[in-house]
Design a protein around this ligand. Structure first.
Ligand code: HXC
Ligand code: NAP
Length: 293
């Protein structure tokens, strides 16, 4: 078993921390929730689908012996977000961490999108993150309690990406919010960080980004210098560290966890990776021969 598929932090690293994970019923949110529970946290998972949340909660409580609280909440709706915050405070008496993980995304040529299709992604990712951050942040500030926000973005938050333009715009906004509030709200004891994952296969993402046989046509491992996709536990390890007090001096950072994927796409001469080793003697000789010309 590879070391990165194992727990990284000590058992009580998140003991008694109260953590909200938006979109915690599936995919990466579920994986991070599981690890937070193993480290002693009490976790609230939220999304639009209460039944899904309850099934996840049952499964994770049985696996970890931890405490999961489920709240149905569409992050696009301010009143639902406020009600979710109040429900968490009633249940646990405090909130220590907000993990903005909920997202919507699908591939499409941008000219095919209706204005409301564009909005649906912007609203979940950017407005949803804003709603949760403002709601929980105001509570922390008013009650003079410290807090930590972790936002899940993507590497195309800074490069942009064709065919997922609403998501790229929204994630760029979330990254700007992360860095802006890391400075503005530090005086209240509130830290902000982000994680930019590369490809970590989940049902939710793969069904919408690599539907049908696209998953075979576009082998994601080929885009990654390390030639593999991410393991959910290695993302959970990073997230747990960033929401724990061990990372107390990290503020305003975005940590990329993508096996080098975005840099492979960015470097001017990275295509030379395709040159076989044995050709390099010949190429060197050709270049040296040009020295005097
Ligand atoms: C064009 C589409 C579309 C598609 C939906 N729409 N899918 N348009 N191509 N494939 C349009 C609809 O026709 C509708 O337009 C509008 O978008 C809203 O769609 P609804 O289904 O009514 O919206 P809603 O139920 O709110 O669902 C939101 C959603 C959906 C984003 C469309 O996919 C969703 O629920 N996603 C949540 C989970 C998710 O996306 N997970 C993946 C995250 S992955 P009209 O004009 O009728 O309003 C991720 C990874 C990034 O972010 C990086 C990977 C490496
Ligand atoms: P996922 O399982 O589809 O997770 C998205 C979650 O968001 C779902 O649980 C969904 O639950 C919830 N959600 C969607 N709309 C919502 C709304 N309006 N209100 C509340 N919750 C809502 O996909 P995932 O791959 O785990 O993605 C998790 C995060 O990682 C996202 O931020 C994504 O952008 C990011 N990410 C993923 C990858 C990857 O390779 N998987 C790469 C980079 C970044 P409901 O449908 O029940 O509401």
């Amino acid at each position: 078993m590879s070391i990165y598929t194992q727990s990284m932090l000590k058992d009580d690293a998140l003991k008694d921390k109260v953590i909200i994970v938006t979109g915690g019923g599936s995919g990466l949110g579920k994986a991070m929730t599981k690890y937070f529970l193993q480290l002693g946290a009490k976790v609230t998972i939220t999304s639009r689908n209460l039944e899904k949340l309850q099934n996840t909660a049952k499964e994770l409580e049985a696996e970890t012996g931890g405490t999961v609280f489920c709240v149905s909440c569409d992050v696009r709706n301010w009143d639902e977000v406020e009600a979710m915050k109040e429900a968490v405070l009633k249940e646990f008496g405090k909130i220590d961490v907000l993990l903005n993980n909920a997202a919507g995304n699908f591939i499409s040529p941008t000219e095919r999108l209706t204005h409301s299709a564009f909005d649906s992604v912007l609203d979940i990712v950017l407005k949803g993150t804003k709603n949760c951050t403002l709601s929980v942040g105001k509570h922390w500030i008013d009650s003079k309690t410290p807090g930590t926000v972790l936002n899940i973005v993507t590497t195309y938050a800074w490069t942009g990406s064709a065919y997922v333009v609403p998501s790229a715009c929204a994630k760029a906004g979330v990254l700007a919010m992360t860095r802006s509030l890391a400075v503005e709200w530090a005086k209240y004891g509130i830290r902000f960080n982000a994680i930019a994952p590369g490809p970590f296969p989940t049902k939710g993402a793969w069904e919408r980004l690599l539907p049908g046989d696209l998953v075979e046509k576009f082998d994601m491992t080929k885009k990654v210098p390390l030639r593999r996709v991410g393991d959910h536990q290695e993302l959970a390890n990073l997230a747990a560290y960033l929401v724990s007090d061990f990372s107390a001096y990290i503020n305003g950072e975005v940590v990329t966890i993508d096996g080098g994927e975005w840099l492979q796409g960015a470097g001017e001469f990275n295509m030379l990776e395709a040159i076989p080793q044995e050709m390099w003697d010949q190429l060197e000789a050709m270049i040296k021969a040009k020295k005097s010309s």
